[in-house]
Design a protein around this ligand. Structure first.
Ligand code: 5GP
Ligand code: MN
Length: 345
């Protein structure tokens, strides 16, 4: 592969490297970043991980977490300096520089070689070396394959394996999304071989609720879940005041949308949240219905076919109204997908 050859040449002598990933990193974003960080350090490069924002505390166990630089936590000048001085910037788990806020423009202007490693749909063309594979189950899969492709299997270790495992486990919805192919399971077998404690990682990520988070989940499901049967759609809208009332922390609303999707009659689910800067929406779907297209078309977003996100500069109420107003355009499609979901064999 040309891109692997280019990467080998680029990294053939020690380099100053910055790794970055998307806004509010999830386990794949942070896991692939820290796996790559662990690997490149072993290759004697000088490596820093910069995230645009903070991330959920249930990811803090990852090796290298203590060295992550969070851009918007007073590290703007330091980040600018590191990016300006870098020979190489790796962009992981996002497909457009707009996804990393102000850091995006700093990276766009930097003289460093840019390497994109990602699996989101419709990637922006900004990188010098591109490992964009929209069929990959997780960016962590691509990190694993790049390490192997570089001929460095012996550099894989338990710590790197744990980060890769977390990325694959979460982005495949614990190995149930359609992206979970044979290759994914073969990689996991190799990670188990590296003594990765898969059961513990599952617990660290999923069995990690605070009491208030669990009560918030109960509140949202009891009081805020709305089902629209004719469009096979459900949504939960949460105001800033409600987040405040439950002392919501980064990551506390993650997974909420999956409950809304788990209804038998639902093909598309949305969680609409009033954040400080804008109203943020998480979309999920079953089967062939593409929330990537839905988010892209109506809510300045994107992602994957079955998991996408978007935003709106309208108020929370107006965003909900807009969401409900566009649903009739998809009535037939949603109906067909609902019927198709019932067919197997
Ligand atoms: P989540 O709903 O978990 O925040 O995001 C689901 C998927 O959609 C993730 O792969 C995420 O990277 C992507 N995504 C979330 N928000 C946005 C957005 O505003 N724009 C784009 N292009 N992708 C997004
Ligand atoms: Mn991902």
């Amino acid at each position: 592969m040309r891109n692997l050859q280019d990467l080998k040449e680029l990294l053939s002598s020690p380099k100053k490297i910055v790794i970055t990933t998307h806004h509010k990193p999830d386990a794949d974003a942070l896991g692939s970043s820290l796996a790559l960080w662990g690997y490149l350090r072993k290759k004697k490069h000088e490596v820093k991980v910069i995230t645009p924002t903070d991330y959920p505390t249930f990811l803090n166990w990852m090796n290298g977490n203590d060295e992550v630089i969070i851009f918007n936590k007073g590290n703007e000048a330091l980040s600018q300096k590191l990016v300006d001085e870098a020979d190489v910037v790796f962009c992981l788990d996002f497909s457009a520089l707009s996804r990393i806020n102000e850091l995006g423009e700093i990276i766009r202007k930097a003289s460093a070689k840019k390497v994109l490693i990602d699996h989101h749909l419709e990637p922006e063309d900004f990188a010098d070396i591109n490992f964009s594979d929209t069929g990959a189950a997780a960016t962590a899969v691509l990190i694993y394959k790049i390490i192997i492709g570089m001929g460095d299997r012996e550099h894989l270790d338990t710590c790197i394996g744990e980060c890769i495992y977390a990325g694959i486990m979460t982005d495949t919805g614990s190995f149930r999304h359609p992206s979970t192919n044979k290759e994914v399971h073969l990689i996991i077998a190799e990670l188990i071989n590296l003594a990765v404690d898969i059961s513990k990682i599952h617990r660290l990520i999923y069995d990690n609720n605070t009491e208030t988070r669990l009560k918030f989940l109960g509140y949202a499901l009891l009081n805020k879940l709305v089902v629209i049967p004719e469009y096979y759609t459900s949504y939960i809208a949460i105001s800033a005041a409600e987040l405040n009332k439950f002392d919501s922390q980064t990551g506390d609303t993650e997974g909420l949308v999956n409950y809304a999707l788990s209804l038998e009659t639902v093909v598309m689910a949305a969680v609409i949240i009033e954040r400080e800067d804008a109203v943020k929406i998480s979309f999920r779907s079953k089967g062939e219905f593409s929330v990537n297209e839905f988010a892209r078309k109506h809510f300045e977003g994107g992602g994957h076919r079955n998991a996408a996100g978007g935003k709106s500069s309208l108020s929370l109420e107006e965003t909900v109204k807009k969401f409900k107003e566009v649903l009739p355009l998809y009535k037939e499609e949603l109906n067909q997908h609902y019927k198709a979901e019932k067919l197997i064999c």
